[in-house]
Design a protein around this ligand. Structure first.
Ligand code: ADP
Length: 542
């Protein structure tokens, strides 16, 4: 017997309609390239979104066409997030931190028809413009300089759209809406194609208070995570759904600018990778009384959040770090470490221990993990590669010439992350499969060593790689950056680890360096460290 409920398609226009009818008075705030502040209401956002949608339709954009953006986080980018899918086309944010060659490759691979570019990013676009074939280049202006020929100004283009003609997409909820390429840390970037349905369900899971992030209308949210990185972890869609005030930092992601914006806009929730949050902590520590903050939650993901970060923000500033795990391929929410009821009244130290895990899978995300012996036990000890499935998990990459290895025979996605799973279902990421140190048949978690090193009072950053070893196959090796004005030595750092780990876990070497190279999304770039090691130790093969 069929249920007798309406066939209501989960599409992005439903989010837009809800925001329009309930939250028209709420604000969207953006930091501009000249450092000024732009603010307008949801009503204005939605009116302009409708115009942009109709202007795109009028220029001949068809359902399924891809529209690229090369933009920082700001209100016009949010307009694109909605306008493009609302006419059945696909919005495709480009990662501005990739090389021009990779960007050219991605635009061609995605066959983007139009590109919408921040004027301040035109110099980057011009580096790969010659490699791509887009039919229209629309520039979000920030200056009064004349625009070169061949470029259209965003405001004039948008003004050509008739808001009253707006006919939102009414097709199948499984239609593609958003495209995002992995950052290509291994091999060529791969295209992941989110659907209307996956985005709407993901936005809802974000709000589920059990293991989502609990974002609500009362929040003022500032995503530091870029809108070109896995849709800023879905915040723009979730926040529009619930009507939070949204604050966008534009091109200014340094700690000082962010802290100023946290204070002036009374931001309550922010989100970003650990490296950005470490910079914020260091800035705050320089002058703890200087900023009046309203932050209640700081969502940290993208790499493992070191314990000292969780503890310092809570103890010194009353900010709760919510650790979340995700991947571009998961839209990206996979799990969050919300303190469970049994630890609600536990000692803080116990809560920090829990918060360092990646936590319980989000609703609708199913997990399991396997090693060479098969599926691992959920005992918090056995390690294996995490596999997932769910309504916002990739089922295949876009137009992928090498579709090997990422999916199991029964259709689960292989994350490449090495985890343990506790009896309660709590995930702890121990490593990426390519970074775990396989020493004499045992697996050593590079992440655990890094977190311990970063708990040393003199250490700013630490990254551990596997180096080849004739006897043990691989051994851990640590690169460490010291805090300004602090002192330590490789020997002292090894001693510091000695009472925390079994002897064979202690790094073969600890080397002090000036900075750890970062990837395009601000993570430690271990491939560069492996290269560094290989250059300095030419007789080994990393
Ligand atoms: P890329 O694969 O290019 O780094 P993603 O942002 O999709 O881009 O990265 C996903 C990966 O980041 C995960 O597979 C995992 O290894 C790592 N990651 C994400 N969140 C966390 C976290 N909270 N703790 C540890 N690792 C994380």
């Amino acid at each position: 017997m069929k249920g007798l409920m309406m066939d209501y398609q989960l599409t992005l226009p439903t989010i837009l309609r809800r925001a329009e009818s309930l939250f028209g008075h709420k604000e969207i705030v953006s930091r501009l390239p000249d450092k000024g502040i732009h603010r307008y209401t949801y009503s204005e956002l939605i009116g302009r979104t409708k115009k942009l949608a109709e202007a795109l339709r009028a220029m001949g954009i068809q359902p399924g066409d891809r529209i690229a953006t090369l933009c920082w986080n700001h209100s016009q980018h949010l307009e694109c997030y909605f306008a493009v899918p609302c006419i059945g086309a696909v919005v495709h944010p480009l990662n501005i931190r990739l090389s021009p060659d990779d960007l050219g490759y991605i635009v061609n691979h995605a066959e983007d028809k139009v590109i919408i570019v921040d004027e301040v990013l035109l110099p980057l676009f011009e580096k790969f413009k010659g490699q791509v074939n887009v039919s229209r280049i629309i520039v979000i202006r920030h200056s009064a300089e004349p625009l070169a020929s061949g470029y259209d100004a965003y405001e004039e283009f948008l003004a050509g759209g008739d808001e009253l003609q707006f006919k939102p997409f009414e097709g199948d909820e499984n239609t593609a809406a958003f495209m995002c390429y992995t950052s290509g840390t291994t091999g060529k970037p791969k295209g992941v194609l989110y659907s209307h349905r996956s985005i709407v369900l993901h936005a809802m899971a974000f709000m589920a208070s059990c293991s989502g992030l609990g974002v609500s209308e009362r929040d003022v949210l500032l995503p530091v995570v870029p809108m070109f990185h896995a849709s800023a972890w879905g915040f723009p869609y979730s926040c529009t759904f619930v009507g939070s005030t949204q604050v966008f930092p534009g091109p200014y992601l340094d700690a000082e600018s962010l802290l100023q914006l946290f204070e002036s806009e009374k931001v309550t929730v922010t989100a970003g990778v650990p490296t950005v949050m470490m910079a914020i902590l260091n800035k705050l520590d320089e002058a703890p009384a200087h900023y009046k903050l309203y932050l209640r939650t700081m969502v940290i993901g993208g790499s493992s959040a070191p314990r000292f970060l969780v503890k310092s923000f809570d103890e010194r500033y009353g900010i709760q770090v919510l650790h979340s795990w995700g991947m571009t391929e998961l839209s990206p929410l996979g799990s969050t470490a919300v303190i469970p009821s049994e630890l609600q009244h536990a000692a803080k130290e116990q809560q920090y221990d829990y918060a360092m895990n990646q936590g319980l899978p989000a609703p609708f995300v199913e997990i399991r993990a396997r090693n060479e012996a098969g599926l691992i036990k959920w005992d918090g000890h056995e390690m294996g590669e995490l596999e997932v499935r769910g309504p916002w998990v990739v089922s295949s990459y876009y137009n992928d010439p090498e579709p090997t290895g990422k999916f199991t025979d029964d259709g689960w996605f292989k994350t490449g992350d090495i985890v343990t799973i506790g009896s309660n279902g709590c995930i702890a990421i121990k490593d990426r499969s390519k970074d775990v140190v396989k020493s004499g048949g045992e697996w050593i978690s590079s992440v655990a060593l890094e977190n311990a090193l970063m708990g040393h009072p003199s250490v700013l950053e630490a990254a551990v790689i596997a180096i080849p070893d004739a006897k043990w196959m691989e051994r851990p090796y640590a690169y460490v950056v010291l805090k300004k004005g602090k002192d330590s030595s490789p020997e002292e750092l090894k001693d510091f680890l000695a009472d925390k780990f079994a002897r064979f876990w202690i790094p073969e070497g600890v080397e002090l360096i000036d900075a750890i190279p970062k990837t395009s999304v601000g993570k430690f770039q271990k491939s560069a460290l492996r290269d560094l090691y290989a250059t300095r130790n030419p007789h080994t093969d990393v």
